[in-house]
Design a protein around this ligand. Sequence first.
Ligand SMILES: Nc1ncnc2c1ncn2[C@@H]1O[C@H](COP(=O)(O)OP(=O)(O)OP(=O)(O)O)[C@@H](O)[C@H]1O
Ligand SMILES: [Mg+2]
Length: 234
Amino acid sequence: MPILSAEHLTKTFETGGDATRVAAVGGVNFVAEKGEFVAIIGASGSGKSTLLHMLGGITRPTSGRVVLEGVDLATLDDDALALIRRRRIGFIFQRYNLLPELSLRENVALPLVLDGLTAAACEAAASAALDAVGMTNRAGHRPDELSGGEQQRGAIARALVTEPALVLADEPTGALDSGNSSRVLGLLRELVEQRQQTLVMVTHDPEIAAAADRTVSMRDGLIVADTAAVAEVS
Ligand SMILES: Nc1ncnc2c1ncn2[C@@H]1O[C@H](COP(=O)(O)OP(=O)(O)OP(=O)(O)O)[C@@H](O)[C@H]1O
Ligand SMILES: [Mg+2]
């Protein structure tokens, strides 16, 4: 059984003022196996973030379903969904979403604190995660005291600190210089190989996507190509 599967997923947004309907995702089937690294590429506005948010249980689909580790996310109430998101999924947001009142170390430790781990265990795990992204020297800073790329690396540390089964990364290197970009990509690859984590990474950069085992292309809310499908045929 695949770790993640999405069936006939759609998301239509009704916008306020002029009641326009935007079909951000128009009917997507998607499967990812344990230990697989999949890149999702596509132009701006093609529905990549919307799809990733549905896969991660952040946005409820208009129709279709998402099954993670055998659990249909639509059957869960908000509390149960929050628990799965915290324990099984590491989400790296395109806009980082660090909590402004907390230091970087506190942001990274938060998922573990909420799970009731001891202060020492939270501290040790947060320090290791921050070290892995090269952010030890800024751990005491609040997000507004960090550069964009530093916030991004902090957000990556927060997503990885729980050792989640599934990592969903939305342009995780978007704000990084080439050195930090390769470091982060190397780290993500290593986690897939060593911990058998599943990684779904959105990027608009074909060079970054080349690090993945498989590339899925989106256009106008639909998957229009999947290198896995090509591999099966040949
Ligand atoms: N909350 C929302 N309300 C209305 N429309 C939305 C909303 N979120 C996204 N959209 C629209 O849905 C479409 C897909 O957006 P999405 O953010 O998924 O694109 P994307 O592929 O991630 O783009 P980018 O590469 O710029 O991040 C866009 O046309 C966008 O304007
Ligand atoms: Mg996006």
